[in-house]
Design a protein around this ligand. Structure first.
Ligand code: GLN
Length: 483
């Protein structure tokens, strides 16, 4: 039989329920796998083996499919009593006094926490290299980035540490690492998953979502997480959506649009080939391929997103003052010096530059011209998507214009890095759901694409993912640099 760590969430859960192996055996296999890859991958910020072993003592008691299933969490999700850093020095050894709602739901269902994983500091970046804890590496090729900001969550699932994990996506941070690591990642509709206990970056854009090696596993996680939470005022109040897995779903008569303006943009050959291949599959499945025009999005979304994200970040990060959280200095001469020293030492350079930009964008004399203008453009972007979805069910597009770059390649030219987010960040501006799905490999590197749906269409989006996975095949576990 395959090693236990190779099992996906649904198979691991079935095996546990059938008594084929114990939660300890499953954890030991996953833990051993993680330990053997970790010197190459470096996904963990904090390993929580002791906590996991405590949890395992109570495993096997609940009927939940998560009972006894190991997982990891991006380190911007609060875990009571367990160090939570957002990959920043400024949080020091901060231990949250409460659990994020998503972790509370998983913990109460019996999921086992293996660790807190790496990310770009405060989720700002797309390489997982802007971290006070060093860079995580891509399990398919350790000279390359796993993507970011949720790079640790994606790498851990791709390398077989755990069958599923959670990350957050403000402008692509679930979808982009999912595609670089060759797995599935869902950025849910804004409001569908509670953000309570997620360390804020851009609160109007942030959304928590799952990574897994099958679409079915994304459905299982979403079935648990998509529920109203009184602790998050933006959490939806409708009845819980139905994410039941149906292996026989089809796409007959569904309209799938390509974006007219994107077609003149350059893509690496494996990505444009994958686009053509997936178009054919969709047609073959009975879908109708159409075209939508998104002129405002293709031209203004990047500038609009960064203006808003940085403005919100500068406000959200005001709270790190050396008084309330983590890192502080004892010998400052007055409060001003304390703030200066704490924030100069505590924040990394990307975070600092965004705080400064956000301060300028919202400064009273410029606020109308920049921040307020960006909020208006955002409304136009949401309207442009809403019009497009009157005549289409899904939009098919890349996640990124290229495959996972080499470590160090992206950081050299920051603005270029921002522009590569063009395919992911419009989704956050409009609060839509976006699925990053695996299409195959180009050499040893995986190639992902993205399907976008209208607001609240997450269950249909995942059904489309089931069809695509049926045709394209599921990803294999990456060698993690050890085989
Ligand atoms: N790369 C984008 C940024 O740096 C998105 C990051 C994210 O989704 N958290 O803002």
């Amino acid at each position: 039989m395959a090693e236990l760590y190779e099992l996906d969430l649904s198979s691991a859960s079935e095996g546990l329920k059938a008594g084929k192996f114990s939660p300890e055996e499953l954890f030991d296999s996953c833990w051993k796998r993680a330990q053997s890859c970790e010197k190459n991958i470096r996904a963990f910020i904090t390993e929580t083996e002791d906590f996991a072993r405590e949890q395992l003592k109570n495993s096997g008691k609940s009927s939940s499919i998560f009972d006894g299933i190991p997982t990891v969490l991006k380190d911007n999700l609060c875990t009571q009593g367990i160090r939570t850093t957002a990959a920043s020095k400024i949080l020091g050894n901060w231990r949250p006094p409460y659990d994020a709602t998503v972790w509370k739901l998983l913990r109460e269902s019996g999921a086992i926490l293996m660790g807190k994983v790496n990310m770009d500091e405060f989720a700002m970046g797309n390489t997982c290299g802007n971290s006070a804890f060093g860079a995580t590496r891509n399990p398919h090729d350790i000279s390359r980035v796993p993507g970011g900001s949720s790079g640790g969550s994606a790498a851990a699932v791709a390398a077989g540490y755990v069958p599923f994990s959670l990350g957050s996506d403000t402008g692509g941070s679930i979808r982009q690492p999912a595609s670089y690591c060759g797995i599935y990642g869902l950025k849910p509709t804004y409001g569908m998953v509670s953000r309570y206990g997620l360390i804020s970056y851009g609160s109007s854009l942030d959304q928590i979502g799952p990574f897994a090696r099958t679409v079915r596993d994304l459905q299982l996680v979403m079935q648990l997480l998509a529920q109203h939470d009184p602790m998050d005022s933006s959490s939806f109040r409708e009845k819980n959506p139905d994410f039941t897995h149906n292996p026989n779903v089809n796409l007959k008569g569904k309209r799938v649009a390509l974006v007219k303006e994107f077609q003149s943009f350059t893509l690496d050959a494996p990505i444009s080939d994958a686009m053509k291949h997936v178009e054919k599959i969709l047609e073959d499945e009975g879908a109708i391929i159409t075209e939508v025009s998104l002129p405002i999005i293709s031209k203004y979304a990047v500038a609009c997103y960064y203006a808003l994200a940085m403005s919100e970040a500068h406000t959200n990060l005001e709270r790190y003052d050396g008084v309330r959280y983590g890192y502080t200095v004892q010998d400052a001469k007055g409060i001003k010096e304390m703030f200066e020293r704490v924030r100069s030492y505590g924040f990394g350079s990307e975070v600092k530059s965004r705080i400064i930009a956000g301060t300028c964008l919202t400064e009273p004399s410029r606020c109308e011209e920049y921040y307020v203008a960006a909020t208006k453009v955002r409304t136009l972007i949401a309207q442009e998507f809403a019009r497009a979805f009157e005549n289409t069910d899904f939009i098919l597009q890349p996640v990124t214009p290229s495959l996972a770059p080499k470590i160090g390649e992206v950081d050299e030219d920051e603005m270029k890095g921002y522009e590569t987010d063009l395919y992911t960040l419009p989704v956050n501006l409009a609060g839509l759901p976006g699925l990053s799905f695996f299409t195959g490999y180009a050499g040893k590197l995986p190639v992902g694409l993205q399907l976008i749906g209208a607001r609240w269409s997450d269950p249909e989006l995942l059904n489309a993912g089931v069809v695509l996975e049926r045709r394209l095949g599921s990803p294999k576990i990456a060698d993690g640099g050890v085989e």
